[in-house]
Design a protein around this ligand. Sequence first.
Ligand code: C2E
Ligand code: CA
Ligand code: CA
Ligand code: CA
Length: 274
Amino acid sequence: SKNAGRSCFHLYSAELKAEADQRNVLEIELREAIWREELEVFYQPVIELGTGRVKSVEALARWHHGTRGYIPPAEFIAVAEAGGLIVELGNQVLARACRDAMSMPADVKVAVNLSALQFAGTNLVDSVTFALAQSGLPQTRLELEITESVFLADTEENLKTLQRLKALGVSIALDDFGVGYSSLSYLTAFPFDKVKIDKSFIDRIDRCETVAVLKSIVQLAKTLKLSIVAEGVESSEQVKRLQSLGIPLGQGFHFSKPVPLADLSWQGLPARRK
Ligand code: C2E
Ligand code: CA
Ligand code: CA
Ligand code: CA
């Protein structure tokens, strides 16, 4: 009936409003947490599959909320992006990661995720330069992870910024590779150093369609002289398949979850036995 439809609409809009209010509260609390520099950074190792050695660690932001416990980045990064907080958040993670890397073995790189919105201002290059200078971290030990979304907006300007970052001597990785619409074209759009194959491929690595796709990615990466990382590796079976495909690096719960700096271990990760 008409009435039922109307009350349904009211219910729906009330729900939406409650959701929006909750989001506003979260945004206010996040702004506060950033202001107080309360965000934490966890690290997840990237492993050389053949040796079990840690080649790099990825910095992942963590927000320990006063009453809600740890809020996942999937939730608060979006809030930071919508609320204009992502640049400040990103700079804090960058600075912290560079500082923390100074207490890691000198052959280990640190990788930092960049939001496409960090490219919007012109300060990204300055922020990276500043973080390196403040920490004393050699530029060759910093890696920046970007997604295809960087190429979607303001392409020319973003490409220039990427080139300036690369000119600093840091390396650039293309994250979540394979889930976008035209991933392959983005691979050739910029001289990346590394490509990170999205977890969804690793989940389906026992299927022959997936193997075919991975083979062509490996081939292309060779041609473009790119390093390859498999994301979301959860089993030794997957490690075996990755190695037979010639994929040299892996990251995932099979090796380690993201952990605080103090809990990182530099050896004893499960290497593949021949
Ligand atoms: P991402 O960059 O693709 O990071 C990998 C995500 O996969 C991390 O989730 C990690 O904990 C998770 N992961 C790693 N190995 C496994 C596995 O074996 N199994 C499963 N199920 N998951 C695995 P996390 O830390 O929740 O981060 C989610 C996303 O939030 C990141 O995806 C990244 O896009 C974003 N993010 C995190 N920190 C930052 C940051 O400092 N800045 C920006 N801009 N984004 C960030
Ligand atoms: Ca990443
Ligand atoms: Ca990823
Ligand atoms: Ca992702």
